[in-house]
Structures are given as C-alpha cells and as structure tokens.
Design a protein around this ligand. Structure first.
Ligand code: ZN
Length: 99
C-alpha cells in the first residue's frame, strides 16, 4: 500500500467507528440511505456499524414544526390575555378619571 493522496470531488460525511474510533467518509447520499434503513455497514477495519433506529429527517422536521406551531399558539394566547388586561386597566382608569 502506497498511501497516495487523492482529491475528493464528492461531498462526504465523516463518521467515527464505534469500536476502533477511526474516522471515515461516506458519500452524502449513502449516509442518508443508511440513516433511513437499518442496514449494517463497516468501518475500513470491518467493524460492523449501524445507525440506532430513531427519527428520520422528515420526522424530526415534523416534530420541530409542531413545536413551532405550539409556541405560536402560546404567544397568541398570551397576546389575547395582555389585550384583555389592557382593556380592564383602561376601563378602571376611565372610571377613576370620571370620579
Ligand atoms: Zn472500526
């Protein structure tokens, strides 16, 4: 083996082996395919790896969009409460002003 260097024209995602901790790169498309599947793959020293089952990117986006929606609803509710309180304060000030 000569240890020659090659320019990489393709974008890679760098992973770290869970066993030997070597870093290695895989093409972005392969990374996403592996994340979506439960397929096993190996590091350069043939240690088996797989991504833990979890959220897909689509599920994560949906979850975060729901959080934004919930937060927007909370903000709208707080604005309604503030507006109602401002209305009460205005009425009381008027009443006090009228004597
Ligand atoms: Zn390894």
């Amino acid at each position: 083996m000569s240890g020659e260097r090659y320019p990489v024209a393709e974008e890679l995602i760098v992973l770290r082996c869970v066993k030997c901790h070597i870093q290695f790169g895989i093409p972005v498309a392969a990374y996403h395919a592996l994340k979506r599947s439960s397929d096993r793959f190996c590091c350069p020293f043939e240690h088996g790896q797989s991504f833990a089952p979890g959220e897909t990117d689509e599920e994560k986006i949906a979850r975060l969009e729901k959080r934004i929606e919930d937060r927007d609803e909370s903000i709208a509710m707080l604005r309604r409460r503030i507006a109602a309180r401002d209305g009460v304060i205005t009425k009381l000030r008027k009443r006090i002003g009228d004597g």
